[in-house]
Each structure stands twice: as C-alpha cells, then as structure tokens.
Design a protein around this ligand. Structure first.
Ligand code: NAP
Length: 259
C-alpha cells in the first residue's frame, strides 16, 4: 500500500533502538525524511546511516536528552517544520507504591507526559496552518491494563492519554490527527532486560523466562519492532485521516476483553 507520505518530514524521538527505531525504519520505507534522536551518539549515528543507506531518505541525527528542556530545544531547532511527530522516551523505573515520592513522580511526568505535550505544543500550530499533520505518541499497554510495578509509568501515561483525548478533537478540523500507540511486550533491549530480571528473581535461565513470557501471550510470542513500526507508519499515512484521539493497542491479544 502506498502510504502517500513520501517526501514528508518526521521527527521520531528516542529512535536509535527498539520501538522508536522500528517506527523510523517504517517511515523511511514510505519515503519520509527523518530527524532522529537519542542520548547516545554512537548508536544513533549507526541507525541514521543504516536508514540513509537502505532507503535513500534524508536523515538528521540529534544526540540529546528529549526529556530535558535544553535537549528538546536542540531537537526542535534541528527539526524545523514537521509534518509528522512520533513522541517517545525511555520508561520510568519499576518499583513498589511505597517507593515513590514527589520527585519521582515529577521526573516520570516530565519524561512521559510533559515532554510529549511540549513537543506537540511546539509543532501543532505549524501543522494546523499547513492543514496537515500526524502525531503518534508511543505510550504503553499499561494505559489499558495497569502493570503494578510500573506505577510511575501508569500514572504519567494516563495523564498524557487524557491530554490527547481532548486536544486531538480540537485540532482534527485542521487536518491534524493525534493518536497513541500502546505497545504490549515487544522484542527490544528494554524487554530483554526485564526478562533477565525475571530469570534472576525466579532463579531460572533467560530462555526459560522468555518461554514463559511468550506462552502467556495468545500469539505464543512477543511483538517485533518491525510490526510496531508498520502500524505507526499507517497511523501517519494519508489513509488514517479519520483516526482521531484513539489508543491503538498492539499486544497480540494479551489484554482480555470482548470489545
Ligand atoms: P529501548 O529498546 O530501551 O530503546 C529506547 C530508545 O530510546 C533508545 O534509542 C534510547 O537511546 C532512547 N532513549 C531513552 N531515553 C531517552 C531520552 N531521555 N532522550 C532521548 N532518547 C532516549 O526501549 P523500547 O522497548 O523501544 O521502549 C520505548 C518506549 O515504549 C518506552 O517508554 C517503554 O517504556 C515503552 N514500552 C515498551 C514496551 C516493549 O515491550 N518494548 C512495552 C510497553 C511500553 P539512548 O539510551 O541512547 O538515549
């Protein structure tokens, strides 16, 4: 399917690895020119070069912490006027509800709620003036079904979800859509390190822990960054103009519900 977005310009945050990288690859495959971001310059430049070599699109790489004000300013300066914005950042650390104080919540809110909001606030006016734009926020399946040890993430992402629900309906008449993409378990460094932690905690091998993790999903496996990226690219396409304020759950059916 021609996604109809060849030649458009996208910023994909936190995209040297994992789900962000999957989104960048799929957008590049659709002919989109990219601004990529991550903190570590080496992995970021390697991904940027792989995308240039594979897809022949323009790629600008900005090594910066997207959750800091200075980092965001640097990324937005390099990005200029965008057609497509994919927000993403690392998730907050796990813990127990008694562990977290005000400062922990402020940090999580800054990273996973206020950073995407600041990026949208910077880019939405230009998209609305030009009459076309796509925003996809990478959030988490925990928005639909809480993961108790990720209380900081559950809280911050719920706040972003509420903001998007209202704002998406205010900008839609200008040809701009905002939606959230909710990953269940996907094969990335983050999930690999969580599986390692489970193996250690339960005194089993990594392979045993991965097998149990996969068996718990209706598909018998976890998702791939490629599948995730393809869904994101569709949500950024010309075909998704009537998709507004949605929370698209990509979890292999792990969330058990009839509707
Ligand atoms: P990942 O494999 O660990 O990759 C994270 C990427 O983000 C890396 O490129 C990393 O590069 C970059 N990054 C992290 N913090 C950053 C920051 N402050 N500023 C700029 N770049 C940053 O993680 P992932 O699995 O793709 O997860 C992406 C998001 O989806 C996270 O918020 C995670 O909580 C959420 N999620 C993932 C899953 C899953 O199954 N994978 C499930 C639910 C939710 P640097 O470290 O060099 O900055």
């Amino acid at each position: 399917m021609d996604l109809g977005i060849s030649g458009k310009r996208a910023l994909v945050c936190a995209s040297s690895k994992g789900l962000g990288r999957g989104c960048a690859m799929a957008l590049a495959d659709a002919g989109v020119n990219l601004v990529l971001n991550a903190r570590g310059a080496e992995a970021l430049e390697a991904t940027a070069q792989e995308i240039r070599d594979t897809y022949g699109v323009e790629v600008t790489a900005v090594a910066a912490d997207i959750t800091s004000e200075a980092g965001r300013a640097e990324v937005l300066e390099a990005a200029g006027a965008l057609d497509i914005l994919v927000t993403n950042a690392g998730g907050p650390p796990p813990g127990f509800w008694t562990d977290w104080d005000r400062e922990d919540f402020i940090k999580a809110l800054d990273a996973n709620m206020l950073t995407p909001i600041a990026l949208m606030k910077a880019q939405l006016p230009g998209m609305m003036d030009r009459g076309w734009g796509r925003v996809v926020n990478i959030t988490s399946a925990s928005v639909r079904s809480p993961i108790p040890i990720l209380g900081l993430s559950n809280s911050a992402r719920a706040g972003l979800t509420g903001y998007v629900a209202g704002t998406a309906r205010q900008v839609a008449k200008h040809g701009v859509t905002i939606n959230n993409l909710l990953p269940g378990s996907h094969d990335t460094d983050r999930i690999r390190s969580m599986t390692e932690a489970t193996a250690k905690r339960e005194s089993i091998s990594f392979e045993e822990a991965a097998k149990a993790r996969d068996a718990a999903n209706p598909t018998g496996r976890i998702g791939t960054a490629e599948e995730f990226g393809a869904t994101c690219a569709f949500m950024c396409s010309v075909h998704a103009g009537f998709m507004v304020g949605q929370n698209v759950l990509l979890d292999g059916g792990a969330f058990n519900s009839t509707v």
